[in-house]
Every structure is written in C-alpha cells, then in structure tokens.
Design a protein around this ligand. Structure first.
Ligand code: 5CA
Length: 436
C-alpha cells in the first residue's frame, strides 16, 4: 500500500475518550474508528490485523478437526423460545421485527441455531463426534461498552460447537479445543492461562476462560507461577490422542489458576509464597461444557448404538477475534506505539522514503516496493523524516526499511527492527533477505 493514497488516519494527539493504551493506539495508528457506541469500522490497516488473527484461529481450528461453516447474524426468535433463552437473555439481546412483524434478533451466540442445523439432518450416533465453527459478527447490547474493541457491542467471535454421543466423548472434545486454544494464542506470541470460570448465560458445569495477563484487564486473576515457566502448548501432544489430551488437561489443571469469580483464597494460600501470582487479565477465549442442555430443550436426539434415542452431549468454545487485536496491543507496545508480533502485523515492513522527490531515493524505494508489495506499506508521502519515523513506530511494523540520500547514493538501505530498535546499514539484497 502507498501511504499517500491510503485511509490510514494516524493521530499525533492522544484521543481523550480512550482510557486504555490499546484503545488509544488503535485510534492513533488509524486502525479503527467508532461509528456508534461500541461499534467500530475496521480501516484498511486494522482489517489486515483482524484478518491475520482470524486466519491463525481458523488454521488451528482446522488442525483440531473442526469444520468451518457460516451461520447468519440474524436469527429467528422461535429458536430461542425453544431453549427458553429468548426471555432469559434480557436487554443484552438486540431484538428486531421484520416487515411481517416476525421477531428476529441479532445473534449474541449460536447454540440454538447450530443445534437446529444438526437436528435437521443428523439422525445416528455414527455421524458423531463433530465440531463445527464459524467466525462471525455478534451483537450484545452491553450496558457499558468500553475500552474500544475490547468490550464492544458488535464484535467478531470464533464460536465452535461440539456434538458427542456420550460424556467421555464430550470431555475429549472439550480438551481438544483447550489444546487448540493454547496453540492459537501461542502462535500470536501470547501466553494465555486457562482458568476455571463461571458459565453464565451459556450454562453448563465445566468452563474455562483463557486469560492474557495485562494490568488493564477487566478480571482480577490468581495463579501459580508455573504458568509463567511452562509452555503447555508445546508440541509433543497429539491433538487426536485421548491419552495425550488427558495428559495435557492434567498438566494445565494441576496448577492453581482462577479469576476473581472462582477464586478460592484457601487453595491459593496453600501455594508456596514465591509461587503466588496476582494480577489482572483479559479474557480472550471461553470454553463451556453443558451436556444435553440444548439438545434436550430443543428435542434433538439421534439413534444410539442400541437404536434408542440419545440426546447428544454438547460444548461451545469462543474466541474474541476482535478483542484479541486490542489484547495484542496491550501485550506489545512501548511509549512510541505498537510493536506487532510478525504473525499478526498488518504489514511485514514499512518503506520510509526520507526524501520524496530525490531521484536516487525514489528509485531505491520504488525498487523495494516493487519487490515487496503488497505485504509492505510504502510511506511515499511528502512529509518530514521525523513524521515518517514517528508514524512507522506508532503503527508498529516489525521492520522499517529506511531510504535516505546518503545510503541511496551507495546502494544501501537502513533496516530497523521495531522490537529491539536495532539498526543496520545493508545492501538491498541483504535487507530483503532478512525480512522474509
Ligand atoms: N457461546 C459461547 C462460546 S462460543 C460464548 O458466547 N462465549 S462468551 O460469551 O464467553 O464469548 C466468547 C468470547 O468472545 C469471550 O471470551 C471474549 O473474548 C469475546 N467477547 C465476549 N463479549 C465481548 C464483547 N462485548 N466485546 C468483544 N469481545 C467479546
């Protein structure tokens, strides 16, 4: 992308409405703009991050054997009347009427709809187990939308749903999704800790939240230092082996970790003093096992091995895809701006032409752009070098290719790594070789 002709409205000043660093930086770096309370437009650079996050989520869901589908955002009220949640969900649900006065709603989640899709065509236990997921916009009319995309009203979620014939199968699906989540967050450079959690309006009796540590997080969290030391997503677990899933689940659940809602001060106090950690965290994922709650309420049964009807055991598994963009910035920034991990950066690198109009600089910058487009941002604006440096740091590109008149005369470019600040003078070829 050429910055001179792009909608990347960076801001020098700190917007006053933003209380936390990720919200400030998302506005300042021109990633999003609010269009109504808790509702955001994703501008081109922001959308690229959102899509990279979604792609990692998708790849790890696929690797765990889940199938992608796409359910609509608008749902008929009848489905929710069957489960009893139409009334229960209260004011958080956005209710609509169509021209025929039929009750519709903008989906806050999809348990009812996926159960309905299953009951229409799955008749036998032989078709189970299955896990389905989609990445779709949700709407929850939050009382207090805040912190930008972190607690929005419209937000992008990955939600998956598992169907098993018995409890043992449901537990295996639940653990498989947990391992897949650890791998998903790890690939983004994040360390997520699974913590026991309340299941709230989704229901069920087994639930874990995946928490990223950050001082601005909405939940108070208590955990064993073991989570800082061990990488539980480490390869070595076969995600399709039940024995491996048991071993993984045993490992992550032996150590204490809970949000304030489930905190057990006595169990926490029993940890050695040096191992007790208290902090705050952001919930980036949440998994639930709720058994036959929806299948029973909605009259969904399959023929079991002995021919008798069995209500499938279900679970649901959410990841806050748009919230993750904010959480990533909370985890990766400094005073100058965002420091994107390579895996989710909107652009692999930025090319900064420090002297627009200078023929040698133009030639070199265009040459680099020709070789790297479309994965880089070319700052070809007629701006002072200081402005370009500041915006590149603010936007957080992992690499900066700095083209100035002295270097260009010698065929050299300066390569800066955003995370470390390290700079090197290199030939074009060596610079290109480093950033791939
Ligand atoms: N049906 C279940 C799992 S699919 C469900 O809806 N779970 S949830 O309510 O916990 O939401 C899943 C994830 O969506 C949360 O962990 C969080 O990361 C994200 N999320 C929830 N509410 C919001 C919101 N208002 N703004 C941004 N992200 C949100």
């Amino acid at each position: 992308m050429r910055l001179s002709h792009s909608l990347v409205p960076t801001l020098k000043e700190t917007p006053t409405e933003a209380q936390i660093v990720s919200h400030r930086l998302m506005l300042r770096a021109g990633l999003v703009r609010q269009t109504a309370a808790g509702i955001y437009a994703w501008l081109p650079a922001g959308l690229r991050v959102l899509q990279k996050v979604a792609r990692i989520v998708r790849e790890e869901q696929d690797a765990a054997g889940a199938q992608e589908l796409l359910m609509p955002t608008i749902q008929p009220a009848e489905l929710w009347r069957e489960s009893g949640r139409y009334e229960d969900y209260g004011k958080e649900m956005l209710r609509l009427k169509d021209r025929h006065e039929r009750d519709l709603l903008y989906g806050p989640t999809n348990e009812e709809m996926i159960t309905d899709l299953f009951r229409q065509s799955v008749r036998s236990y032989r078709a189970l187990p299955q896990i389905l997921y989609h990445i779709q916009w949700k709407f929850r009319d939050e009382v207090r939308p805040r912190f930008g995309v972190m607690r929005g009203r419209e937000f992008l979620m990955k939600d998956a749903y598992s169907f098993d014939i018995d409890y043992a199968g449901a537990v295996a699906s639940y653990r498989r999704m947990m391992l897949s989540y650890m791998r998903t967050f790890r690939r983004m450079g994040l360390k997520a800790i699974p913590m026991q959690a309340e299941s709230g309006p989704i229901g069920g009796n087994m639930s874990h939240e995946f928490i990223i540590l950050a001082p601005t997080g909405e939940s108070a969290v208590y955990y064993d230092a073991a989570f800082e030391e061990i990488d539980y997503s480490a390869s070595g677990f076969d995600i399709f082996s039940e024995a491996d899933l048991d071993r993984f689940f045993g490992l992550v659940t032996t150590h204490y970790a809970a949000t304030d809602e489930k905190h057990d001060p006595a169990a926490f106090a029993a940890l050695a003093a040096g191992r007790r950690r208290e902090g705050r965290g952001i919930e980036v994922g949440h998994v639930f096992y709720f058994g036959t709650k929806y299948s029973t309420a909605m009259g969904f049964a399959v023929a079991g091995p002995d021919g008798r009807p069995v209500a499938p055991e279900m679970g649901s598994y959410g990841i806050g895809v748009s919230r993750l963009v904010g959480a990533l910035i909370e985890a990766f920034h400094d005073e100058a701006g965002i420091i994107w991990p390579d895996a989710v950066a909107p652009f692999r690198a930025a090319i900064l032409n420090l002297k627009a109009g200078d023929p040698a600089c133009e030639r070199m910058a265009e040459d680099l752009y020709g070789k790297l487009a479309p994965s880089v941002l070319y700052d070809d604006r007629e701006e002072r070098a200081g402005v370009k440096f500041a915006d590149a740091d603010l936007m957080g590109h992992p690499w900066q290719l700095i083209v100035g008149p002295r270097g260009a005369a010698r065929g050299q470019v300066e390569l800066k790594r955003r995370a470390s600040g390290e700079r090197q003078e290199l030939s074009l070829d060596s610079a290109l070789a480093q950033i791939v």
